[in-house]
Design a protein around this ligand. Structure first.
Ligand SMILES: [Zn+2]
Length: 76
């Protein structure tokens, strides 16, 4: 029973470190395929459709979008 307390502290510190900081700046855009937030600054996967630039979290999301852009833009 003695080591329960330090383990709890360790767990809470770890979960705090693992939680990403949510900053609601306009530097972020949404991946239309999976709905994830993508930071514009380090977005490597971009695609333009009807003069609108879209950012993606991964190459596979970009691929899916490029195949059928209208499929991901319809649902709102
Ligand atoms: Zn994605």
């Amino acid at each position: 029973m003695k080591f329960i307390f330090p383990i709890l502290i360790l767990l809470s510190v770890f979960s705090m470190a693992a939680t990403p900081i949510h900053n609601h700046s306009h530097q972020e855009s949404k991946d239309p395929v999976c709905g994830m937030s993508v930071k514009k600054a380090n977005s490597k996967y971009q695609s333009t459709y009807l003069d609108v630039l879209y950012d993606f979290c991964s190459a596979s999301c970009k691929k899916s979008f490029d195949k059928k852009p209208e499929r991901y833009l319809k649902k709102k």
